[in-house]
Design a protein around this ligand. Structure first.
Ligand code: GLN
Length: 236
C-alpha cells in the first residue's frame, strides 16, 4: 500500500544510504509474491484505504505473515505506516467485518462512529538508545495523519510516542504508534521520513546494527527546514 507519497520514505532511505556510500537495494513484494525473512534489513508497509487493506490483509496472512514474524524475530526493522501499522496488529474491525492483521504488534484497531482523525501531528518519542542528538529537536516526529480506525494498545504494547499536537492512536489516550523491539507502527504519513531525517537515520543505523554515531554526518540544512516546517504546521 502507498498513499500520501509514502514512497518518499523509501527515497529518503535510499538517498541517505547512497550519500554515505552504504549499499541500498529496494525490492517490492506485491500481492501473491513471497517474502523472505532473512533477505532484507528493513521491511516497510505503507498506508492505504480500507478497500486496499482488505486486499492486502488476506495476502499478508497467507504469504507474508510467517516471514514478517521471522524478520522481527531476527530483529530486522519492520515499519508500518497507518494502514500498514493497523495490519501489523491483531485486527482491524469495521462493524461486523474484521480484517485480520499479522499480529506482530499487540494492538487492535476499530473503525468507530465519529470523525476521521485528520491533521498535522507532532509526537515526542523516546527511543531510549542514544540515537544521534544533533539540535535538540530530534525527539519530535512531525507528520500528517488521516485515519478512521482507532488503535487500542494491548497489555504487551508500548506506545511509540506521546502526542504533543494531533490525535494519535485513538484521539483520546494521548499516545501515538507502537514499538515492539525493532517493529514500529505509526499513523504518521507526511511522508514520515522526509520530515524527520533523524528518524530515517535511526532506522538505517538500527537496520545495519550499528550506532547512529557511526553514520557519517550529512549536510541536513534542507531536511532540518522540512522538519521545522512540519512542526510548525502541527502548531509547535
Ligand atoms: N484505512 C485506514 C483508516 O482509515 C488507514 C488509512 C491510512 O492508511 N491513511 O483507518
Amino acid at each position: 500500500m502507498n498513499i500520501y507519497a509514502d514512497r518518499g520514505n523509501l527515497l529518503v532511505l535510499a538517498h541517505r544510504c547512497a550519500w554515505r556510500g552504504i549499499g541500498f537495494e529496494l525490492s517490492s513484494s506485491g500481492i501473491g509474491e513471497p517474502l523472505y525473512p532473512d533477505a532484507h534489513d528493513l521491511f516497510y508497509l505503507g498506508g492505504g484505504q480500507d478497500r486496499d487493506q482488505r486486499l492486502c490483509a488476506e495476502d499478508l496472512i497467507e504469504t507474508k505473515r510467517s516471514a514478517l514474524h521471522g524478520a522481527a524475530a531476527r530483529e530486522a526493522v519492520v515499519l508500518g505506516v497507518c494502514g500498514g501499522y493497523q495490519l501489523l496488529g491483531h485486527s482491524y474491525s469495521l462493524g461486523a467485518d474484521e480484517i485480520p492483521g499479522v499480529g506482530l504488534l499487540d494492538v487492535r484497531t476499530v473503525r468507530e462512529d465519529g470523525p476521521r482523525l485528520i491533521g498535522n501531528i507532532a509526537i515526542e518519542v523516546s527511543l531510549g538508545d542514544g540515537s544521534p542528538a544533533t539540535d535538540g529537536n530530534d525527539r519530535i516526529l512531525a507528520g500528517f495523519e488521516n485515519h478512521g480506525g482507532r488503535t487500542y494498545l494491548g497489555p504487551d504494547a508500548r506506545a511509540l510516542g506521546r502526542v504533543v499536537k494531533g490525535h494519535g492512536n485513538d484521539g483520546r489516550s494521548g499516545f501515538e504508534g507502537v514499538r515492539n523491539g525493532n517493529t514500529i507502527g505509526t499513523y504518521l504519513h507526511g511522508p514520515l521520513l522526509p520530515k524527520n531525517a533523524w528518524f530515517a537515520d535511526w532506522l538505517i543505523a538500527t537496520s545495519l546494527r550499528i550506532e547512529g554515531s557511526e553514520l557519517a554526518a550529512l549536510d541536513d540544512g534542507l531536511e532540518k527546514a522540512a522538519h521545522l516546517s512540519a512542526r510548525h504546521a502541527a502548531g509547535l
